[in-house]
Write a protein that binds this ligand. Structure first.
Ligand SMILES: Nc1ncnc2c1ncn2[C@@H]1O[C@H](COP(=O)(O)OP(=O)(O)O)[C@@H](O)[C@H]1O
Ligand SMILES: [Mg+2]
Length: 265
């Protein structure tokens, strides 16, 4: 596996968009760190800059202030050390499930990796081994999203980026996908930065939740979810029933509605 050194660091990162009506400060003074092997969630109201921040970490968008480093390397452009999964299904419709998963591997790594069974490994991890020869249009939304996850993980990214990956799925499929993702990242020890606007999802998936306020987007609060380690088991039911979860849920709901009021004023 890849050497996973120090993780992700953002230092005083800001973003000003030049729009027709003048400059728009989308993000301001964001400093945060995410240790290797941890899951971080960017949570906040719509329009607070979550996607912009993720796109800057992906190298798809350039920050106008500050510094982003991944494992001590400065982020300036997209790179194979980062893999991104979007909300929309991004599989290639003309390739089978197997070839979709193999695609990134072929362009990024030598073919020995293929022989070592990386494709099969990740197909199995997302439960699609029986659908290896199917095409995306033959699959449900959840299954297509699993193809995208397998394909991204098969590239062995040092950082796995996801922008509301399960937002378009029905609730039951979303819960399944959240559990599937947690199972994989705990096993593979991936470093993950995920965008969500859903409090339950953020607290359930995240080791740490970065709550952003809006106009301009600032890091309002960093919430660690260490309480989950002390729960008797890692089931969703136990999590949802815990006193600690319910307190944090109410706390974050308050932050959300404060943000709503602040912007209405
Ligand atoms: N390309 C762009 N040009 C101008 N403004 C943008 C652009 N992309 C995003 N914005 C603005 O930046 C802010 C944050 O957007 P976004 O990152 O999409 O928020 P979120 O993902 O949290 O909903 C919004 O006010 C949005 O209108
Ligand atoms: Mg967004």
């Amino acid at each position: 596996m890849m050497d996973k050194a120090t993780g992700l660091q953002l230092q005083a990162v800001g973003k000003v968009f030049q729009s027709e009506s003048g400059p728009v400060q989308a993000l301001e003074d964001i400093s945060l760190s995410l240790a290797a092997g941890r899951v971080g969630v960017l949570l906040g109201p719509s329009g607070c800059g979550k996607s912009t921040l993720l796109r800057m970490v992906a190298g798809l968008e350039e920050q106008t202030e500050g510094l982003i480093t991944l494992n001590d390397k400065r982020v300036t452009q997209p790179g194979k050390d980062r893999g991104m999964v979007f909300q929309d299904y991004t599989s290639f419709p003309w390739l089978s499930v197997r070839d979709n998963v193999a695609y990134g591997l072929k362009i990024n790594h030598d073919l020995n990796m293929l022989k070592e069974g990386a494709v099969d490994h990740f197909l199995q991890a997302v439960g699609l081994e029986k659908f290896a020869d199917a095409y995306p249009h033959e699959l449900s939304g959840g299954m297509r999203q699993r193809v995208a996850i397998a394909r991204t993980l098969a590239n062995f990214p040092e950082l796995f980026l996801m922008d509301e990956p399960f937002g378009a799925l029905d609730p039951e499929t979303r819960w399944q996908m959240q559990d599937l993702l947690l199972g994989i990242v705990r096993k593979e020890r991936n470093t993950v930065l995920l965008v969500s606007h859903d409090i339950e999802e953020a607290l359930y998936l995240g080791d740490v939740v970065f709550f952003l306020s809006k106009h301009p987007g600032r890091l309002r609060e960093t919430i660690a979810t260490d309480f989950k380690k002390a729960l008797p088991d890692s089931s969703r039911e136990t999590f949802l029933q815990s006193e600690h979860y319910r307190k944090l849920d109410i706390h974050i709901r308050r932050l959300m509605s404060e943000e709503g009021r602040r912007n209405a004023a």
